[in-house]
Design a protein around this ligand. Structure first.
Ligand code: ADP
Ligand code: MG
Length: 347
C-alpha cells in the first residue's frame, strides 16, 4: 500500500518519445528520446527536445543518437543517462524527491538483462522496486479498455521504431506480432523517395514534417502539397521544391500493406471465441502513428473490423503504466488480472 508521502509514476520509455505520468497530476514529462554527446569525450551535451533540435544541424564532433532503436535498447549507457536526466528534471522541480514507486513500460524486444538494468537505473534514483511492464497492455489500459474482462481486444501500437499488434484478454497477451517498421522508417522511405525522384537530399526532421502535414493512409480527393528545402545532389546547392500528398501516399502505402499484413497474421492466430470479440470490440490504434491521416479508415477497409483511435495516442502507454501500478497496489479495482501475470520478456 502507498504511504502518504509516497507517489506513483508510470514511465513509457519509447523509441521516439519518453513520457512520464504522475498520480493525481497526469502527464508531467513528454520529451523526444534523443541524446546529443561529444564524440571524443562522450560528454552528454543535451537530452530530449534540446537534443532533437540539433538533429541535422550539429557540428562534426557532436553525435546525436536515439538510444532505443527498432524497439530495443541499442545503446544502454546512453539510454540510462537519458532516463536519469529525465528523472533529474522532475526531481529538480521537487517531484521525485519524495520516495516513489514506479512502473516502466519497455519495448517487447528488450532482453531480461536489459530489463533488469533499466530497473536498476531507476533504483539508483531512489525509486522502490521498479517493474517493467509490457507496452500493449499498458497502452490498452491507458486508452480505458477494460482489459481484465474475459473479452478480447486488439491493440495496434504504431510507435517510432516498431508497430506492435497484440490481442489482449483477461489481462494478458494472447497473440502478438511486431514489425520493425513504423514512424521512423516511414520518414526514411520519404527521404529515399525524394532522393530518387528529385535528386535532392532532405533531413529526417523535414521528412517527418512532410509525413505529418501531407501524409495520408487513403487517397483523398483533396490534394495538398508542401514546400520543402534540401540539398541538390547534382549541383550540391540548397534548393526547394513542392511535394504533393499523392506522392507521399504512394510512399507510405508500402508500410501500410505490411501493417495490415501483421494485423491479419495476428488475427489468424486468434482463438475463435476471441475472433468474434474483435469484430464487436474493434481495433484500438495508439502510438504516434495513429495520428496519420486516414489510417483508421484504411485499416477498417482492409480488415473489415471497426477501428478506433485512442484519445491520447502518444500518452496512453505512460498513463496505463501508472494505472497498472495503482491496480497492483490495490488502489484501483480494474486491471488486477493484468498484474497477476508477471511479464516475460524475450531472453
Ligand atoms: P514511441 O512509442 O516509439 O516513442 P510514439 O508513440 O511516441 O513512439 O510515436 C512517435 C511516432 O509518431 C514518430 O515517428 C512520429 O513521426 C509519429 N507521429 C506523430 N504525430 C504524427 C502525425 N500527426 N502523423 C503521422 N505520424 C505522426
Ligand atoms: Mg510507444
Amino acid at each position: 500500500m502507498l504511504k502518504r508521502w509516497e507517489t506513483i509514476y508510470g514511465i513509457d520509455l519509447g523509441t521516439c518519445n519518453t513520457v512520464i505520468y504522475e498520480r493525481d497530476k497526469g502527464i508531467v514529462l513528454h520529451e523526444p528520446s534523443v541524446v546529443a554527446y561529444r564524440q571524443d569525450t562522450q560528454e552528454i551535451l543535451a537530452v530530449g527536445a534540446s537534443a532533437q533540435a540539433m538533429i541535422g544541424r550539429a557540428p562534426n564532433h557532436v553525435e546525436i543518437a536515439y538510444p532505443l532503436m527498432n524497439g530495443v535498447i541499442a545503446n544502454f549507457d546512453l539510454a540510462s543517462s537519458m532516463l536519469k536526466h529525465f528523472v533529474q528534471k522532475l526531481q529538480g522541480r521537487g517531484l521525485f524527491r519524495r520516495s516513489s514507486k514506479v512502473y516502466i513500460s519497455v519495448p517487447c524486444g528488450i532482453t531480461n538483462v536489459q530489463r533488469r538494468a533499466v530497473e536498476e537505473t531507476l533504483m539508483q534514483k531512489g525509486m522502490h522496486k521498479p517493474v517493467a511492464v509490457e507496452e500493449p497492455l499498458a497502452a490498452a489500459l491507458g486508452a480505458q479498455l477494460p482489459i481484465d474482462e474475459p473479452v478480447g481486444h486488439l491493440v495496434v501500437d504504431i510507435g517510432g521504431g516498431t508497430s506492435q499488434v497484440a490481442i489482449i484478454s483477461l489481462g494478458g497477451i494472447v497473440a502478438s506480432h511486431t514489425i520493425p517498421r513504423a514512424g521512423m522508417s516511414i520518414d526514411r522511405d520519404i527521404m529515399d523517395y525524394v532522393k530518387r525522384k528529385y535528386n535532392m537530399q532532405i533531413g529526417e526532421r523535414t521528412a517527418e514534417t512532410i509525413k505529418m502535414q501531407v501524409g495520408s493512409a487513403t487517397l483523398s480527393s483533396e490534394e495538398r502539397s508542401i514546400e520543402i528545402r534540401g540539398r541538390d545532389l547534382v549541383a550540391g546547392l540548397p534548393r526547394s521544391l513542392r511535394i504533393s500528398s499523392k506522392e507521399i501516399f504512394s510512399v507510405i502505402d508500402d508500410y501500410l500493406a505490411s501493417l495490415v499484413e501483421a494485423i491479419r497474421a495476428t488475427l489468424d492466430q486468434c482463438p475463435p471465441e476471441l475472433a468474434g470479440d474483435m469484430v464487436e470490440q474493434g481495433i484500438l490504434l495508439c502510438g504516434g502513428g495513429a495520428l496519420l491521416e486516414g489510417i483508421d479508415e484504411r485499416i477498417r477497409k482492409e480488415t473489415g473490423v471497426p477501428v478506433m483511435i485512442a484519445e491520447k495516442p502518444l500518452e496512453c502507454t505512460a498513463l496505463g503504466t501508472g494505472v497498472l501500478l495503482e491496480a497492483a497496489l490495490g488502489m484501483r479495482r480494474s486491471a488486477k488480472a493484468a498484474v497477476k501475470q508477471p511479464v516475460q520478456a524475450a531472453e
